[in-house]
Design a protein around this ligand. Structure first.
Ligand SMILES: *[C@@H]1O[C@H](CO)[C@@H](O)[C@H](O)[C@H]1NC(C)=O
Length: 179
């Protein structure tokens, strides 16, 4: 009986810690993206749509207002954030464009790791559903990395992001906070 209770307890605890990591970040959590540096595979325009528009603290979803990124139409486009050191990433929240074209992010891969080459890093999540609103929360379950990339593994594609928020913790010795 005791063992059963222990088992149930551990299962509930495991579930809670898992959901904790996938929920919206705690109020006041620091968005790591704001101290990073953004680049992308190409710029469709020298001012409108540059890579830093995804970390400009403005989640405006109309591209023409000038707060969203936009690569050229190309094969395997990507956007990348360099956090300057490795973090244990819990959530990545992407704000999609809404004035048109939200389906362009369908199938985009969020990749986290220490390689500056986006496609060499493991996938933390894939955007499966762009229909449920501009704000797309993705769970990285404590995956470690200095780079957070958004990669579309397809020909003739465009990466457009209106905001990217990244939440996580410093990597410190000791037990993992988040599995
Ligand atoms: C943009 O940010 C505001 C303020 O935090 C929030 O209320 C709103 O829902 C956000 N919009 C999107 C599309 O995420």
């Amino acid at each position: 009986m005791v063992n059963m209770k222990l088992l149930i307890g551990l299962t509930v605890l495991g579930f809670l810690s898992l959901t904790y990591c996938c929920e919206d970040p705690a109020q006041g959590a620091i968005n790591l993206a704001q101290n990073g540096a953004a680049t992308q595979s190409s710029d469709v325009h020298p001012i409108l749509g540059t890579a830093s528009k995804a970390i400009d603290r403005n989640n405006q979803t109309n591209y023409h207002i000038g707060s969203c990124t936009h690569t050229k139409l190309e094969d395997n486009p990507w956007w990348k954030l360099d956090l300057l050191k490795s973090y244990r990433i819990t959530q990545v929240i992407i704000t999609n464009r809404e004035d048109c074209c939200k389906e362009r992010l369908q199938g985009a891969e969020i990749r986290v790791g220490d390689s500056p080459n986006v496609r060499d890093n493991p996938i933390c999540a894939t955007i499966m559903d762009v229909s449920s609103g501009a704000r797309i929360p993705l769970c990285c379950k404590g995956m470690e990395g200095r780079y957070v990339g958004v990669f579309i593994p397809a020909p003739s594609s465009i990466v457009t992001l209106c905001e990217v928020e990244v939440y996580g913790q410093k990597i410190e010795p000791g037990p993992r906070v988040c599995w």
